[in-house]
Design a protein around this ligand. Structure first.
Ligand SMILES: O=C[C@H](O)COP(=O)(O)O
Length: 237
């Protein structure tokens, strides 16, 4: 299982790298769970990442606007993203989410980038009237994306497992794998959740809050000690 950690700037990115994160996921919490950061920030972090690590960039908790999303995806991949994560926040159903994701994939092909495309849904979708989280693997597969992901839309201390139980998450992982996709899970996860997700076969665990001093994704900042504690749990599997 890979550890994805979400810095907001180069200082935090260095902490995530030193702590042993496998994927450096550049985002902007001020603009939501998968808030988009600025191209120059993505590029500056790309410039400091060791060659053996990959950079992911979120393009936002997006609306049902395939054109806007496509331009955002182009911005992310031209800024150096190896993974581009689309938060399917404003899509209400399979059809809308598939249209967004198909255009995101088409944009990556158009840009001649090798970036992986991540379809990200929300475990707490009902709270924001977003597409059914259990549809995400089908949407990702039908759009020819690479990763099916779940996060949480509202960061209020509740975590992914408050909305989907382990059996549901295991089904999500299995459905992703049956489609030949990698699976990533996130959503205010704590270190005690990491082993549970490993046991159901999750490929990538995404964390910001628990990698921050004080555990607060907004008021805290990523520190190598918190990252390495998470990484050591994974190394122990
Ligand atoms: O992968 C990134 C997620 O947004 C994780 O953030 P969080 O652990 O603060 O919920």
């Amino acid at each position: 299982m890979l550890l994805l950690v979400s810095p907001i700037n180069t200082k935090e990115a260095k902490e995530a790298i030193e702590g042993g994160a496998d994927i450096i996921d550049v985002k902007n919490p001020k603009e939501g769970s998968l808030g988009a950061n600025f191209p120059w920030v993505i590029k500056s972090i790309k410039e400091i990442i060791p060659k053996d690590k990959l950079l992911s960039a979120t393009v936002g908790d997006i609306d049902y606007k395939p054109g806007t999303v496509s331009l955002a995806v182009l911005g992310a991949v031209t800024s150096g993203a190896d993974y581009v994560k689309i938060g399917l926040y404003g899509t209400k159903n399979y059809e809308q989410a598939l249209e967004v994701m198909k255009n995101a994939v088409k944009t990556v092909e158009y840009s001649e980038s090798e970036a992986f495309v991540v379809a990200a849904g929300y475990g707490d979708a009902k709270r924001v009237n977003s597409v059914d989280p259990m549809e995400i693997p089908n949407i990702a597969a039908d759009a020819d994306a690479d990763v099916a992901m779940l996060d949480t839309a509202i960061k209020d201390g509740k975590c992914l497992l408050d909305f989907l139980n382990l059996n549901e998450l295991a089904e999500f992982v299995e459905n992703s794998h049956d489609h030949g996709l990698k699976c990533a899970l996130a959503g205010s996860l704590k270190k005690e959740h990491v082993k549970l997700l490993h046991e159901i076969g999750c490929d990538i665990v995404g964390i910001r809050g628990a990698a921050c001093i004080g555990g607060d994704r907004n008021k805290g900042y990523i520190h190598r000690s918190a990252v390495s504690e998470l990484k050591n749990i994974i190394k122990g599997f």
